[in-house]
Design a protein around this ligand. Sequence first.
Ligand SMILES: [Zn+2]
Length: 226
Amino acid sequence: MSAELQHREVVTVPARYGKAVRLNKGEAVQVINLHGTQVVDCWAYNASDVSEYMCMEATRVWNQRLNPRVGDSFITDQRHPILTLVADTSPGVHDTFMAACDARRYELLGCTEPHRNCHDNLHEGMAELGVMLPHGNLASFNIFMNIQVQPDGITLKTLPVVTKPGDYIILRAEMDCYVAFSACPQDIVSIQGQGDNTPRDVEVRILTAGFPQVNLQGPWVPGNAA
Ligand SMILES: [Zn+2]
């Protein structure tokens, strides 16, 4: 499939840092786990009004799923689809529960020096595009992050990623939007793969054609077939 993908830009998200891109409606962004070991936090904003943001709570209501599968969309706080997952070559393990890491999180983990963090990376990535966000947002889509719901149905277990080098997802833009990514700097809690807790670079490609097209699904309504 990848031979057919056409891109207009390639962006490296360096380990521990963040980058953002601007997508036109109908374009897509491919997020490539180059080393197969990295968690990538992701946010999205309406390009014409960045007060409208991709909202994990509204997304779970829309899809009636804890985490997205191919064909599922991500929904804004204004209940509009903003991104749709149209391809996923990874095992499909992602997370919508866990807050992005921030400065306070590392203090709580015992760090006595400032630690790079995803929440600052969000603001840094957007600022590089000249966009100031009206407020922070800890509710990221955590691509490749392995948070397992335990058999009791309520307990969560934090585990390393299960992705292979080169695995990717593709997110299609359902409106003109900004999408921000952070190659999560977490090196204290074991979430990055290979057991070495070492953040690594990932690659983001803005795709213009060649990616799978799936129909946009409407919101879940009681009584409709799942
Ligand atoms: Zn993080």
